[in-house]
Design a protein around this ligand. Structure first.
Ligand SMILES: Cc1cc2nc3c(=O)[nH]c(=O)nc-3n(C[C@H](O)[C@H](O)[C@H](O)COP(=O)(O)OP(=O)(O)OC[C@H]3O[C@@H](n4cnc5c(N)ncnc54)[C@H](O)[C@@H]3O)c2cc1C
Length: 470
């Protein structure tokens, strides 16, 4: 085998999995990570005896190579469970996915009947009348009917993206909600059996000590096999000669460094990768890259003096009165992450890093939480003992109308570089979970070492929902 010197940029689920796999194949690998820990969004952190995720990250059970790796790495520390999701909608605490008898007993029966009627009408009308999928709103109304769409998807999506649904591309939904069988959903709502829907992922896997335990274990395995890791190393420039990357500039703990490479796998945000290419792809591509923006997320952790504040894993806050998107209780997945007699709720709010709210202090968020809890009603505010926040940039790729064309332009340009693969949630600008990110990491590790790689076909295959041939 021709042994290569390979740099992997970013040690989140994608990059770490790629590096781990390459090291198993005997390559000389160096992993460069900007932060002081591995695992990216899938990491966990410790505070006052708690082990907390960046919003609880359960592992979805899907077919393929990833689950056996997770099982191998975690052994007895892998917990299995069934998802318990609730929504707060129209002031009621409802089961999700919705169930007919739960809906009809909690909501106005006329509203439930209208929701089903709209759905049936939409299914009939759009079977005979062709209406193009122009944006997320028209895409959703066509598939769910107006009442169910507004009740469940429309307002929530607008809150996450911070823009009206008719300005959001339906492409992200088409990719994320691919495989959704509407007939089965309705059959389930009506109390029938229905197939399990891919997007709900009823079964989950979770490490006993938080999602980050998986990536800590993978990192230990990687380092033990001779892999190199450089933490607090911010990649600043990707140096090319013609269509080949020759070296990477990065700043490690304040010191400028240069690394010669044969191959590169990048999992940092595609925009940042494009802007760090030297020589640059030119003004038009730099401008296009800057148009692909991410939404940040504020995570407000609320420590409570009780063993369980709710009975759910996730509660989606669907009513317009709520400022946060959802609340999660990690301890309901596994007890070991919180000390006895305590639990933590994590409130999530998406916003732009330019919004004034991004600058709010912990005290200001604490006031907001007390207001929110008044409306949520099922949480007892007298049990709150501490509130603190964590702010994360680059959480959700913003899929505004027309983003597909920008993304295609960028991928076409990056595919001209023959020894660089951009992949993962940030590197391909996708809304994917950890399982899919790790699968992309494995795939990139196998692909990058091929001679005469067809880069363009690789990107096309990974983003087939972009309608490349139209
Ligand atoms: C709120 C939220 C909840 C989620 N919940 C779930 C869930 O329950 N289950 C699930 O499966 N998935 C979940 N996900 C998705 C999951 O977090 C991602 O799929 C996964 O983390 C993507 O992995 P990645 O390695 O591609 O990207 P990331 O995790 O973002 O990792 C990228 C890494 O690159 C590093 N980096 C960036 N720039 C540089 C640079 N210039 N130099 C060096 N390093 C750099 C970053 O520090 C980071 O470590 C959730 C995501 C969010 C935002």
């Amino acid at each position: 085998m021709n042994k290569k010197r390979i740099a992997v940029l970013g040690a989140g689920p994608t990059g770490l999995t790629a590096a781990w796999k390459l090291r198993q194949e005997g390559h000389d690998v160096i992993l460069l990570e900007r932060s002081s820990y591995v695992g990216g969004f899938g990491a966990s952190f410790k505070r006052d005896g708690f082990i907390l995720d960046y919003g609880p990250h359960t592992f979805h059970v899907k077919k393929g190579e990833v689950i056996p790796i997770v099982e191998y790495l975690l052994g007895d520390d892998l917990i299995r469970g069934k998802r318990n999701i609730r929504t707060l909608a129209k002031g009621k605490y409802l089961k999700y996915p919705f169930e007919f008898y739960n809906l009809i007993s909690q909501l106005n029966p006329f509203f439930v009947i209208r929701m089903i009627f709209d759905f049936v009408m939409a299914s009939i009308i759009y079977k005979f009348i062709h209406v193009a999928d122009n944006n997320f709103e028209s895409w959703g109304i066509k598939r769910f009917g107006k009442t169910l769409y507004n009740f469940c998807f429309g307002r929530y999506t607008e809150k996450v993206w911070g823009m009206p649904a008719h300005l959001i591309s339906h492409k992200f939904a088409a990719k994320k909600i691919k495989g959704l069988d509407i007939k089965s959903i309705i059959s389930k709502i009506l109390g029938g059996k229905g197939e399990e829907q891919e997007i709900y992922w009823e079964d989950w896997l979770y490490p006993r000590k938080g999602s980050g335990q998986l990536f800590d274990k993978m990192n230990q395995d990687y380092l033990a096999s001779g892999g190199q890791l450089s933490l607090e190393s911010n990649v600043t420039r990707v140096n090319c000669e013609g269509s080949t990357v020759t070296s990477i500039d990065y700043v490690e703990k304040g010191k400028k460094k240069n690394l010669k490479v044969d191959e590169v796998i990048s999992t940092i945000p595609l925009k940042n990768l494009i802007l760090s290419m030297s020589p640059s792809f030119g003004d038009y591509i730099s401008y296009t890259a800057k148009r692909l923006q991410f939404r940040g997320i504020v995570l407000v952790y609320v420590v409570m003096d009780t063993n369980a504040a709710t009975d759910a894993h996730w509660i989606y806050l669907l009513d317009p009165i709520f400022k946060f998107n959802r609340v999660t209780e990690q301890k309901n997945l596994v007890k070991d992450v919180c000390p006895e007699g305590k639990t933590v709720l994590c409130f999530e709010m998406c916003c732009s890093t330019k919004d004034p709210i991004w600058q709010y202090t912990d005290e200001q968020f604490k006031d907001m939480i007390f207001e929110e809890i008044k409306n949520i009603k099922i949480i007892d505010p007298s049990l709150i003992s501490d509130v603190f926040t964590v702010k994360v940039t680059d959480a959700y790729a913003i899929c505004h109308l027309g983003y597909e064309e920008h993304l295609k332009d960028l991928l076409e340009h990056i595919s001209q570089i023959k020894n660089l693969v951009s992949t993962g949630r940030q590197g391909l600008y996708l809304q994917i979970d950890m399982h899919d990110s790790m699968a992309l990491g494995l795939n990139a590790a196998k692909f990058v070492v091929h001679e005469n790689k067809d880069m363009f076909s690789w990107y096309k295959e990974k983003t087939e929902f972009l309608d490349w041939d139209r």
